[in-house]
Design a protein around this ligand. Structure first.
Ligand code: PMP
Length: 362
């Protein structure tokens, strides 16, 4: 017997125990084939079924309208920072970026090497505590696309409502909050997400792309850098990361078993509320980094009164079985990532630990 850690890692992050157990049970003999899914050809029917089930489940869970393709890529969300402008930022056009944190900055800088970009709005002042309001966004009808980061993993801020950009294609990096709540896919021309938070293990990046947008892509790119290559061959032009995609399929089945995105959204709200309540009721002992109206349900960021107390808190948390609570170096302090697979019991335990620590040290 063993004890599961209270895993608050920012990514790669906690996976549901039942998903891990299913993978374990199927590891040596997948579906009576006498071998692991890892050992199957990606061209064989056994793997192909897994691959297509993952795509269909994602479409179903996100209530994706027709006219969209789901692609499996490699290179992480970071490769998307470059692939997006390579495909969709032609000479003579400009792409707009909404700056809400380090990942938006990285996306912007990568696009800047490849074409013309502009800042459509920025929340940098005050170190990314907020999300710009829709009225703040500055762009015009000729904008190639508008890029947002739906959840800012490092700062713990999250878009509460996505902007309506009309004919201007809206693109989102949803790496750290996809599948955490229902949203309207039809607002977006392209969505990308590294898998290693809510979708599964690292090694695969999911791209959701609207076909009419895809048609506008640059055709003169290296084969592996064209979204069209992946769309045309159902993400099997070359060998896909089969085991990661298999794990994504298990995760999506789990999401469905939990009651889908509406149920998970409710649970994520309850989980985050436990921690935000502990912050808000602490009379300033804990201070949240994000402005309350921009608070993320996935990454709860907070500070203690001094670096010494932060160190003491993190040391004690470690002793009590909590993992991954150090804040990112650009914010400092603490961060609890409460992705879909983090059970409410972990958040209850952390809330109790925060209260006890405050009582002993305030
Ligand atoms: N965007 C966001 C919002 C992220 O949280 C991360 C990783 N933490 C990235 C992009 C980079 O992802 P990857 O490591 O898959 O390239």
């Amino acid at each position: 017997s063993f004890k599961r850690a209270y895993n608050f890692n920012a990514g790669p992050a906690a996976l549901p125990l039942t998903v891990l157990q299913k993978a374990q049970a199927e590891l040596l003999d997948f579906s009576d084939t006498g071998m692991s899914i890892m050992e199957h050809s990606h061209r064989g029917k056994d793997y192909e079924a897994v691959h297509n089930q993952a795509i269909e489940l994602l479409k179903e869970l996100l209530a994706m309208p027709s006219g969209y393709d789901v692609l499996f890529l490699q290179g992480g969300a970071s490769l998307q920072f470059a692939m997006l402008p390579m495909n969709f930022l032609p000479a003579g056009k400009k792409a707009g970026y909404v700056m809400t944190g380090v990942w938006s900055e990285k996306a912007y800088k990568e696009a800047e090497r490849l074409g013309q970009v502009f800042v459509a709005a920025s929340a940098q002042e005050g170190n990314y505590r907020r999300i710009p309001a829709a009225q703040e966004l500055q762009y015009d009808a000729s904008t190639a696309y508008l890029h947002i980061t739906s959840n800012n993993t490092i700062y713990g801020t999250e878009w509460q409502e996505f902007p309506d950009t009309g004919a201007v294609p809206l693109v989102a990096d949803m790496s750290s909050d996809i599948l955490s709540r229902p949203f309207d896919v039809s607002k977006f021309a392209l969505i990308y997400a590294g898998a290693q938070k809510n979708l599964g293990p690292s090694g695969v990046t999911v791209v959701i792309i609207r076909r009419d947008f895809l048609e506008q892509a640059d055709k003169n790119l290296p084969t592996m850098l064209k979204y069209g290559t992946f769309a045309k061959d159902n993400s099997m032009y070359n060998t896909p990361p089969t085991f990661s995609i298999y794990m994504v399929k298990l995760m999506l089945e789990w999401v469905k078993d939990q009651g889908g995105l509406t149920a998970l959204y409710r649970r994520n709200q309850d989980k985050a509320a436990l921690l935000y309540d502990a912050i808000d009721a602490s009379h300033g002992f804990y201070t949240g980094h994000a402005q309350p109206e921009a608070r993320s349900l996935m990454n709860v960021t907070f500070r203690l009164p001094s670096p010494e107390l932060e160190k003491k808190f993190l040391d004690q948390a470690k002793k009590e079985g909590f993992v991954g609570l150090s804040g990112h170096r650009s914010v400092g302090g603490c961060r609890a990532s409460t992705y879909n697979a983090v059970p409410i019991e972990s958040c209850q335990a952390l809330q109790a630990m925060m209260l006890a620590f405050q009582q002993a040290n305030a």
